[in-house]
Design a protein around this ligand. Structure first.
Ligand code: ADP
Ligand code: MG
Length: 699
C-alpha cells in the first residue's frame, strides 16, 4: 500500500466515533445519543448501558483491557485512573464488563488535585461525568472516556466544564443575533478552534545531563551560541531526517487518535518546529491539543529525542507559543467571521466584528490574564512576539472600512461616500490579507481571529473560555438593543458605529515591538500588564467576575478558586526553578569553575618551572576573571538561597506572587548573568552541562 493510501484507513482507528458507534450500537441508541447532544440533556440509563456495552466491545476488539475517565484538572495536564473491564463471574472466572453507570460517572479519589479551596477535605472526592460531545478513544491499551471533573456540590474542578459552559453561552447569544437577520435555519453556533503548536526537539542524552531541563523544562542558564536564529535559515527550512522521522511518526499517532494533524514545518529558532491541526469545535480542539502534547512527548522519546513544550527553553532564541485560531460557525456550515457578499451578510459580519473588537477592548485585562503564568512571562513583553499589550490587527481593508463607519470617510476610492451598513456591499476583503503582522497579539486573518499570546505548554481552555464568554456578552449587548427595533438597519448602523468608535483604540496595525507603541498604547489607555505578577490579579476584576457569573460560566467561588490556583502555581514554579538553580550552582558550576582555575594555576606553576622567564598572561588573566566571577556568583547565589528560604510566612497569595516575581525571580536573573559569563571563559572540558550550541544544533 502506498503511504498516502494508508492514511484514510489509519485515521481515527483508535476513536469510538460515529462510524464505530454505528457498528457497535443499535440505531435507536445512536439516535437517542444524538438527541441528547442536541438538547444538552443526559442519557437514559438503558441507552447509556447499551452505548457502554458497544464501546467496551469495540475497545476490547481494538486491544484495550482497561478503561479510564480522562479529565483535565487544574494542573493543566490530563489525568486518568485506570480500571480493568474485569468483573468476577461464577466459578472463579472473570468476564469483561462495562456498564452505563461506569460510562457516565466516575469517582476518582481526587483529593490531591488543585481545587483552590473549593473542596473541603471532608468532602475530598470529586466526580467525573462523561462528556458525550467528545469521542472516546484508546490510548496505551485503555479506553479513555473524556469527562468533566466536578466537586460533589457541582463546582467545576477542571478545564472542560467551564469551556462547555462558555460554548453554550456564546451559542445562546449568537442564535439571538442570527434570528435578527432572519436566519431561522441555524440551530447551533459553535466556537471553532485551530491551535498551532510550537515545540523544540533536543537530543535525549544531552537533555538527561541537564537538571534544569529535567526539573523545570527550561534551561536556567546558558550562554548564547555564536549562531542563533539571525540568518532565519531554520524557518520553513528543509526538515532534517531525524526530525522528519519524528514528525511522520507523530502524524500517524495523531491520525489514529482522530486528530487532524495537517501542517508541519520548522520554526524560527534552531531546533524549533510547529504542528497545526485542522480546526474543530473548541471542546474537541482542546482535548486534541492535550492529546497532541502528550503524544509529542511520547513519540519524541521513541526517537531518542525530548520534546520541550516550555515557552522559553532557551534564552536568546524565540520561545514557543500556541496560536489560537478562533471563529464561530453555524451548524448550517457558515463561518460568522467570513465577510459576506450581500448587504445583509455584510451587516451581520460587521456586527460580529464590532462585537469582537468591543469585547477585546473591554476585557483586555482578562484576556491577558488567561495567558499569564511563569513560562509565558519569558515571551510576552520580553522582546519577542507578541507584546504584553493587547491590541487587534485588522489589515488595511478592514481598517479602512471601520474608519469609514466611524468617521464617515470614503471606504473605496470610487464610491465617494461612507459605508452604510445594511445598504452597501463591502468592498472585497482578501481572504488572506497577510503581510500578516506577526507582532500583533490578536490578528484578523481573513475569516478568523488568531490569538497569539497563549503559551506552548498551556491548555487552550482558559483563553477560549474567555474568548467565548466575552463574545457572548457583546452579542447579548447587540441583541438586547436590536430585538424589537423598529428601524433595524438604522439602529444596527448606529450600534456598530458606537461600538467601533468607543473601542477603536484597541486596533493597531503597526509594529508591536516598537518602543513607541508602549508610549502610544499608554496614551490610548490600554493595559500593559508586563508579567504574571501584574496580570494575574486582573483575572478577578469586578467586571470579569460579573462577566463570567452573568453568563453562567463560573460562579464567584469557582473564579476565586482558579485565581488562587494560578497565583500559587506561579510561586511554585519560581520556587522550583530557584531551588534547581541553587542546586546546580552548588554542585556543578562552582565546582567546575574551581577545577578549571586549579588547572590554570597548575599550568602557571608548571610553566614557570619549565620555562623560566615566559609569561603566563592567558592563564593568569583567565584564572583571575574566573575567580572574580566565582566570588560574585557566591554572593548572588547566597542571596537567592536566602530569598527562597525566607519566604514571608504571613504573606497573602497576592503578596507572595509579588515576592516571587520581584525578589526571587530577580535574584535568579542576577545569578544567571554571572553563570552565562563564566560559561564563556571556562574550557569546554570543564563545563559540567551541555551548552546551547550542543542542545540547539545536535539533532
Ligand atoms: P498560519 O501559521 O499562517 O497562521 P496555519 O495554517 O499554520 O496558518 O494555521 C492556521 C490554523 O487556523 C489551522 O489550525 C487552521 O485549521 C485554523 N483555522 C482555519 N480556519 C479557521 C476557522 N474558521 N476557525 C478556527 N480556526 C481556523
Ligand atoms: Mg499562525
Amino acid at each position: 500500500m502506498k503511504e498516502f493510501e494508508k492514511i484514510p484507513s489509519l485515521f481515527g482507528v483508535n476513536v469510538f466515533n460515529e462510524t464505530a458507534m454505528a457498528k457497535y450500537v443499535s440505531c435507536d441508541a445512536v439516535v437517542a445519543w444524538k438527541q441528547c447532544l442536541k438538547d444538552g440533556t443526559s442519557l437514559q440509563l438503558d441507552t447509556a448501558n447499551e452505548i457502554a456495552e458497544g464501546m467496551k466491545n469495540w475497545a476490547i476488539e481494538h486491544g484495550a483491557t482497561h478503561f479510564t475517565h480522562w479529565f483535565q484538572p487544574m494542573t493543566g495536564f490530563t489525568a486518568e485512573k485506570h480500571d480493568s473491564f474485569i468483573s468476577p463471574a461464577p466459578g472463579g472466572k472473570a468476564i469483561m464488563e462495562f456498564r452505563g453507570k461506569e460510562l457516565v460517572r466516575g469517582e476518582p479519589d481526587a483529593s490531591s488535585f488543585p481545587s483552590g479551596g473549593l473542596r473541603a477535605t471532608f468532602e475530598a472526592r470529586g466526580y467525573t461525568a462523561w462528556d458525550p460531545t467528545s469521542f472516546a478513544f484508546i490510548k496505551d491499551g485503555s479506553l479513555c472516556i473524556p469527562t468533566v471533573f466536578c466537586s460533589y456540590s457541582g463546582e467545576a474542578l477542571d478545564k472542560k466544564t467551564p469551556l462547555l459552559r462558555s460554548m453554550d453561552a456564546v451559542n445562546r447569544q449568537a442564535i439571538r443575533v442570527l434570528r435578527l437577520f432572519g436566519d431561522t435555519a441555524t440551530k447551533k453556533v459553535t466556537a471553532s478552534v485551530g491551535p498551532e503548536q510550537e515545540y523544540f526537539l533536543v537530543d535525549k542524552q544531552l537533555y538527561n545531563q541537564r537538571e534544569d531541563l529535567k526539573l523545570c523544562g527550561r534551561t536556567l542558564f546558558g550562554a548564547k551560541p555564536p549562531k542563533g536564529q539571525e540568518l532565519d535559515d531554520h524557518y520553513f527550512g528543509a526538515i532534517k531526517p531525524r526530525v522528519a522521522a519524528f514528525m511522520k511518526d507523530l502524524d500517524e499517532e495523531l491520525w489514529k487518535l482522530g486528530v487532524y494533524s495537517k501542517t508541519k514545518h520548522n520554526e524560527v529558532a534552531p531546533a524549533q518546529h510547529e504542528m497545526a491541526p485542522i480546526f474543530t469545535d473548541a471542546n474537541t480542539a482542546c482535548d486534541h491539543n492535550q492529546l497532541a502534547m502528550e503524544t509529542m512527548k511520547k513519540v519524541a522519546d521513541r526517537h531518542g529525542l525530548v520534546c520541550l513544550l516550555h515557552e522559553k527553553p532557551f534564552a536568546g532564541v524565540n520561545g514557543s507559543g500556541k496560536h489560537d485560531n478562533w471563529s464561530l460557525a453555524t451548524d448550517t456550515g457558515k463561518n460568522l467571521f467570513a465577510p459576506g457578499k450581500t448587504p445583509s451578510q455584510n451587516a451581520q459580519f460587521l456586527l460580529f466584528l464590532a462585537a469582537f473588537i468591543k469585547g477585546v477592548d473591554e476585557y483586555q485585562e482578562l484576556l491577558r490574564s488567561t495567558v499569564a503564568f511563569a513560562g509565558n512571562d519569558h515571551r510576552l513583553g520580553a522582546n519577542e512576539a507578541p507584546p504584553a499589550i493587547i491590541s487587534i490587527f485588522l489589515g488595511d481593508e478592514l481598517h479602512q472600512i471601520i474608519d469609514s463607519i466611524t468617521e464617515g470617510t470614503d471606504y473605496v476610492d470610487k464610491n465617494k461616500r461612507s459605508l452604510q451598513i445594511g445598504v452597501d456591499v463591502l468592498p472585497h476583503i482578501p481572504q488572506d490579507t497577510t503581510d500578516r503582522n506577526r507582532t500583533s497579539p490578536v490578528a484578523f486573518t481573513g475569516n478568523k481571529f488568531e490569538f497569539r499570546m497563549p503559551g506552548s505548554s498551556q491548555s487552550i481552555s482558559g483563553p477560549n473560555i474567555a474568548l467565548n464568554t466575552i463574545m457572548a456578552e457583546e452579542l447579548q449587548w447587540f441583541a438586547d438593543r436590536l430585538e424589537g427595533s423598529h428601524d433595524f438597519n438604522g439602529d444596527l448602523h448606529n450600534l456598530i458605529r458606537q461600538a467601533l468608535t468607543e473601542h477603536k483604540r484597541i486596533i493597531f496595525d503597526g509594529n508591536g515591538y516598537d518602543e513607541s507603541w508602549v508610549v502610544e498604547a499608554e496614551k490610548r489607555g490600554l493595559a500593559n500588564l508586563k508579567n504574571s505578577a501584574e496580570a494575574l490579579p486582573a483575572y478577578i476584576l469586578q467586571k470579569n467576575i460579573d462577566l463570567f457569573t452573568h453568563h453562567g460560566v463560573f460562579t464567584p467561588g469557582e473564579l476565586m478558586a482558579r485565581h488562587e490556583i494560578h497565583m500559587e502555581n506561579y510561586c511554585k514554579i519560581i520556587h522550583i526553578e530557584a531551588q534547581t538553580l541553587v542546586d546546580m550552582v552548588q554542585h556543578q558550576i562552582l565546582n567546575a569553575a574551581s577545577q578549571y582555575t586549579k588547572s590554570l594555576c597548575d599550568t602557571i606553576l608548571a610553566k614557570k618551572q619549565a620555562l623560566p622567564g615566559i609569561t603566563c598572561r592567558v592563564e593568569e588573566a583567565l584564572a583571575e576573571s574566573i575567580s572574580h566571577l566565582t566570588n560574585d556568583l557566591l554572593e548572588r547565589y547566597t542571596e537567592l538561597k536566602t530569598a527562597v528560604s525566607t519566604v514571608p510566612a504571613q504573606a497573602s497569595a497576592e503578596e507572595l506572587l509579588k515576592y516571587y516575581h520581584d525578589v526571587v525571580f530577580d535574584d535568579m536573573n542576577k545569578v544567571r548573568a554571572i553563570i552565562d559569563h563564566l560559561e564563556t571563559l571556562v574550557a569546554s572540558d570543564f563545563w559540567p552541562v551541555p551548552t546551547y550550541y550542543d542542545l540547539l544544533f545536535s539533532v
